[in-house]
Design a protein around this ligand. Sequence first.
Ligand SMILES: [Zn+2]
Ligand SMILES: [Zn+2]
Length: 327
Amino acid sequence: MVLEEKTTPVAGKGQVVVAVKSCGLCGSERDNYINGYMHHQGHEVAGVVTQVGTDVTNVRPGDRVVVYLTSFCGECTYCQQGLTTMCLNYPEKENLGWAYPGGFAEYLVTNAQNALPLDEELSFEDGVLLLDTLGTPFHGLRLARAEEAETALVVGCGTVGLGTVLILKALGVREVYATDLSPFRLEMAQELGAVPLKVPETPVLDFVKEKTGVGVDLAVEAVGNPSTLVQAIKAVRFGGVVLGLGEQPDDFSLEIDLEMRLKDLVTIRSWYFPVKEYFENMKLMKGGFFANKDKLVTARFPLEEMQTACDLFYEGKTNGKVLINFS
Ligand SMILES: [Zn+2]
Ligand SMILES: [Zn+2]
C-alpha cells in the first residue's frame, strides 16, 4: 500500500463529498489487494457530508451518513419499493470502491442518494457495522425466515459469518454451530454465542448429525466456495433452508448427490441489502437488538498504517472487523 496526496474531490450534479470517519476492510477486496486495481477501494464507509452538488436535497453539509455500496436510480419499480439492490437501471451494478474510488481516503465523492443518514445516537463505527457486517447477513436471514430455526450452521466466520452468528443469537435461534479454519475467528464466534467447530479436524457433517440427529434447520454459507456450499446443503435436514451469502466465483458448479436432490430443501442466495432494511436495522441497533455488536471490531488503524491493517486482516491474524479510522 502506498499513500498518495490527491486533490479533494468536488461534488458534481446530484453528488456529495463525504469526509470519511471510518472505513472497514472487507474480504471481497482481497483479489484487488493482491493483484492491484485501478483505484483505491473501501466500501464500508461512515462519515460526514462536507459538500453537496446541485440538485441535492436529501442531505446537507455537516450531516452524518453512511455510504451505500451500489448505485441505484431511485425511480424504477424496485427502487420505489426501497429494493435498491434490484434496480433495473443498474443491472451490472456500480459499486463504491470498484466503479469509483472508495473510502480508504480522507474524502470520497458519491451519488447523493447513496449517502444515508446515520442516527446521532450511533457512532461512525456503528454505521460501518450496519453495512456489510450486519446489513448483508440480516437481509439473507430475513429471506430465510431465520427466526423460525431452532438449529443453524454458519460455514465460515469472516465478518459476514460473525454478523450472521450475532443476528441468529439475537433472533433467539437456540443452537448455532460455526465452522472456520482460523482459531481466532472461532473464538469470536464462540464469544458471540456459537458452538465452534474447528475444520477440518472436526468433520462437520458427523458433528451436525450427532448434535441434531437429522441435520440443521438452516445452514448459512459465508465463505464463497463451491465446496462449502455443498457442505451447507448436506448439513440441512429434510425441508431445511440453505442460505448462500458468500461471493462464489462467477462460474461454478456443485457436486450434488442423490441424498441432496431428495431433500426438499429451500435454497436462497442474496447479496448486500436494500436501502429500506438499513433504516429498519438502524432502529433495531438503537433499541439494543445487536447486543454484542461492539465485540465485532477488533482492530483500528489510521490511514498511514494501512499496510499493517492489511497484513493483519488478509493473513487471518485477527478475529473480527478491521477499521481505518480518521480523526
Ligand atoms: Zn464489504
Ligand atoms: Zn432503480
